[in-house]
Design a protein around this ligand. Structure first.
Ligand code: 9MJ
Length: 672
């Protein structure tokens, strides 16, 4: 028994020490070495142990205070009203429990809440006296923070002077300073070019920028501010939402994502809405915050330690985690491009278990100083491919050595070429390299290329391994008997595949051209070339200038097309394909002046829902239109999607017609 208690005691001490260290790294050094999710897990474990063994609670346990003591270098300020922290929830059950507890305490059936995005920045207190900003302070430990007024004054969205009526003598505003993703990326690019250390994420960048001792540096950083609370002796509206509206009228920025909700259902709907919006916003949010709307009700339920009972932060699943980088392997692409890939200790991040992540190229591995054996920050946001963001040098094993790109292809041993000025290294093996061959065949068989049903990557790997297929043309020589000798290939699958191959022979020029895998000739470009020339022969014989004149084809793509057809091996493959019975309908090229949109010029701005901008552009160009990037008085119309840019303003200044996406779709379908 005594043994069990001392184990708990040891664990509590261990957790406290670890959390204190992480607090220091996070709040004072702006260099955390664990993910937020890992930190939350440690804090939760400590909270649970303390709840089970209340005798172990001590006043200086990290559960009893928020954040860390102020760092040196800034004057310490004592907050006139302590800065609160928020209780966290990670599941719907915990949210239901929060709502149930409040209903019980207030003896009401349904409560009205305000739902706010939980900004992932740095909490800040602003003090206005007679409408003028007199103080800006970080949260620090909640009771005392750092006086960062000079730096806060450089943040453009923070008004130095309030506007409007009935401005209180003294007003205390609480909110979050954060950095937009786009600004963060730009800043990191700038730092990296200057040979300086980059920031791991926008939150660290915001904290690091605000806590600069030189305000001139802060001023250059793209910081923004939203407020989410206020206090004054002079009286404010009696609801939280009312207060936020009042703050906005005084010129303080309030997030447009804030909404009101009724009951648990309303909270769940609000969470779902913001979870959906999460990746569309240009700033990071790590959850939502629920707050009781009525200030009377807030007063009635009060606080527990430093967190209000009337608010709850419902966290989203983490998009960043820290895990072990087991190895860096090299993947060979279709055109021989070599991509370093991180093999990771499996980690649950962004809703899935991640075991691999791209490292893009050797330069990136070097820039991020990622070494096999390191602990690394892995990020997966939305449907985006998982990425290794940074290493955590503090946790680096002493044996970890920098990684270098191998000088020979790991698949075929051919020399690796590094073209000057290009970030990518390439295997020089061409189709001798089995990896390039596999990728070329996968591309050839893909749905948007020759659409060979049932020819997946596993089967392709077998065909290449057995030397049954050296080039795409060999596919058409496969028969059922040969196929049946392969692993997991029964009679039925073999006959289905032969039929699928047979069907794929009849195709379009655009698909065939795309299937050949010419560098930088994607689907849209292939379609443009097909329409313009009408035959493979025509494209193969075209000179560079004519090629470059085709919409969507510039001098670079034109050079790739020419190089492809100049290669005897490629010509041979084409001849073999045609000999194997691959055929496409010859399209008669349309004369540009006969096209319905000939002579018209369009500009696209904002994002479209039904198609990408590239597709819209290709569709317009197919009908003979020109698509340009700047608006002039000669522009026929500007097509504006959601969140259009300054082009829309310019169009209205010049009196140019503006079409929305529906009008574009109507225009295109009228021409079909
Ligand atoms: C953030 N981080 O966006 C609060 N917060 O309210 C919002 N933080 C908060 N509210 C009381 N939206 C204490 C902290």
């Amino acid at each position: 028994m005594a043994g069990a208690t001392s184990t708990v005691k040891d664990r509590v001490a261990e957790l406290r020490a670890a959390i204190e260290e992480h607090n220091h790294r996070y709040y004072v050094l702006d260099r955390p070495s664990v993910s937020d999710a890992e930190y939350d897990r440690l804090l939760r474990e400590l909270q649970e142990l303390e709840a089970e063994h209340p005798r172990l609670i001590e006043p200086d346990s990290p559960t009893q205070r928020v954040g860390a003591r102020p760092a040196d270098g800034f004057e310490t300020v004592t907050h006139s009203i302590p800065m609160l922290s928020l209780a966290n929830a990670f599941s719907n059950e915990e949210v239901a429990e929060f709502d149930r507890r409040l209903r019980e305490r207030l003896d009401l059936d349904e409560l009205t809440y305000v739902i706010e995005p939980k900004l992932d920045g740095l909490a800040i207190a602003l003090r206005y006296e007679h409408g003028r900003l007199v103080l800006g302070a970080t949260r620090g430990d909640g009771r005392q923070g750092e006086n960062v007024t000079t730096n806060v004054r450089t943040v453009r969205s923070i008004p130095l002077k309030l506007r409007g009526n009935n401005i209180p003598q003294a007003l205390e505003v609480r909110g979050e300073i954060f950095m937009e993703r786009s600004g963060f990326e730009q800043l990191n690019r700038r730092l990296s070019e200057a040979g300086q250390k980059t920031f791991v994420n926008p939150r660290n960048a915001a904290a690091g920028s605000l806590r600069q001792l030189d305000p001139a540096i802060t001023a250059q950083r793209p910081l923004r501010f939203y407020c989410y609370g206020a206090a004054t002796e002079d009286g404010l509206p009696d609801t939280h939402l009312g207060c936020l509206e009042q703050l906005q009228q005084w010129g303080l920025p309030v997030s447009p994502e804030i909404s009101q909700a009724s009951g648990l259902e309303g909270l769940e709907a609000g969470y779902a809405r913001l979870a959906e919006r999460r990746n569309e916003l240009d700033y990071e949010i790590d959850g939502v915050v629920y707050k009781l709307d009525s200030l009377d009700q807030q007063g009635e339920v009060g606080f527990v330690s430093r967190a209000p009972r009337w608010a709850l932060a419902h966290k989203f699943p983490a998009q960043e985690e820290i895990t072990r980088l087991l190895a860096i392997e090299v993947q060979v692409g279709r055109t021989g491009a070599l991509t370093p890939v991180a093999r990771l200790e499996p980690v649950f991040v962004g809703g899935v278990t991640v075991t691999n992540a791209t490292l893009h190229n050797a330069e990136e591995v070097q820039r991020k100083d990622v070494r096999p054996g390191d602990w690394v920050v892995v990020r997966r946001a939305g449907d985006v491919i998982p990425e290794v963001v940074a290493s955590v040098p503090e946790r680096r094993p002493s044996a970890a050595r920098p990684w270098v790109m191998p000088s020979n292809c790991p698949e075929c041993g051919s020399a690796v070429e590094q073209v000057d000025g290009e970030a990518v290294a390439r295997c020089s093996g061409g189709l001798v390299c089995p990896a390039q061959r596999r990728r070329a065949l996968e591309h050839f068989a893909a749905r948007s290329a020759m659409d060979i049903d049932g020819l997946g990557s596993k089967l392709i790997a077998q065909l290449v391994e057995a030397d049954l297929v050296l080039s795409p043309a060999d596919l058409y020589r496969l028969d059922e008997a040969t196929l049946q000798q392969l692993d997991r290939m029964g009679r039925k699958s073999a006959s289905n595949l032969v039929r699928a191959l047979e069907q794929s022979r009849h195709t379009t020029l655009a698909r065939l051209l795309f299937a050949l895998g010419i560098r930088e000739v994607g689907e849209v470009t292939a379609a443009q070339l097909a329409r313009h020339f009408g035959s493979l022969q025509g494209i193969a014989e075209a000179d560079a200038e004519v090629l470059a004149g085709v919409p969507d084809v510039g001098p670079v793509v034109a050079a790739h097309v020419q190089a492809f057809f100049a290669e005897p091996h490629n010509r041979e493959v084409i001849e073999q394909l045609l000999a194997a019975g691959v055929e496409y309908e010859v399209e008669t090229p349309r004369r540009p002046e006969a096209m319905p949109l000939a002579g018209k010029t369009y500009v696209l701005t904002g994002s479209l829902q039904a198609m990408t901008r590239a597709r819209a552009r290709a569709a317009l160009e197919e009908q003979g239109a020109k698509v340009t990037s700047s608006v002039s008085k000669n522009t026929t119309a500007v097509i504006a999607g959601t969140q259009p840019g300054s082009k829309l303003e310019r169009a209205s200044d010049l009196g140019v017609t503006v079409l929305d996406e529906n009008a574009l779709l109507a225009l295109l379908s009228s021409l079909e």
